[in-house]
Design a protein around this ligand. Sequence first.
Ligand code: UDP
Length: 331
Amino acid sequence: MAVLVTGGAGYIGSHMVLALIDAGEDVVVLDNLSTGFRACVHPQARLVVGDVADAALVERLISEHGIEAVVHFAAKLIVPESVTDPLDYYLANTVKTRALLSTLLAANVKRFVFSSTAAVYGTTGMEPVSEDAATLPISPYGSSKLMTEWMLRDSAAAYGLNYVALRYFNVAGADPLGRSGQLTQNATHLIKVACESAVGKRPGMEVFGTDYPTPDGTCVRDYIHVTDLVSAHLDALRHLRAGGETLTLNCGYGTGYSVLEVIDTVQRVSGVNFPVKMSPRRAGDPPAIVAGAARIRANLGWKPALDYLPTIVEHALKWERKHAAKSSAAA
Ligand code: UDP
């Protein structure tokens, strides 16, 4: 029996593969390598390069490897890109997931862990947002993931699918042992961009919007360490294997930091005062989004171990420095 990890060559997926292999599981990775990296996949996992919507391929993987559960990361995830190319996002995140689900259900694979997002909530306030809050996404990225949540909900009712949808808040950091991290080219995520600025990979960075209704005028987010995030997926898998019910859960710590606080932390931890420019708002950004974090702890027994912003930054920086050293050695 094996676990299928779609998008397992990507940032979060590759950390999930590490955690599964560390736990002694058999892992098959399905990734089209559009944004993932072969080198990020643990050598003990079997990497198959292909598309989640390729029914014949997924059917073959299920029968050859005895797939009993799927953790589905493969997706497009850049909010501003989803604003300029929405149909691409609906194809990658919604249409292809529909095809994957249909193949899985036809083969009687009914355990599914889904990467959802806090972007399904849309514009929220400074108060932590609970899973029961209204879902009113303000970006095509958020809508594309919410539509998939609806497909999951209806498939659970109609076909007996058992799933856990985890609504990620802002994922950052890298494997504490330095085995994987974020390699994304042209990164747009705040902690990654700030760490790249600290190691000199970029000349400096911009703060997008200083006139939000937040304490210092910049956007507030709940940053979660990627290793804690994947441990929530392991808990979800355990829950489903024990016959647990279908759940939709926030995955964040319940603490918000502003863009300026994050940049300040990166400058302090790195000891580098890289240039920071104040710029206009970026399309699709809600002012503040912080997780109501009680339900995941109560339902899955999730216990984060790295919930401290300087630790997240330290691990992200360590990864960035390792890659900066590698690229200068190669040059
Ligand atoms: N941000 C910023 N400068 C950057 C990258 C991001 O000011 O170079 C801001 C962005 O506008 C948002 C917050 O940081 O308010 C978090 O953005 P990110 O892209 O990391 O995650 P998102 O919340 O969009 O998923």
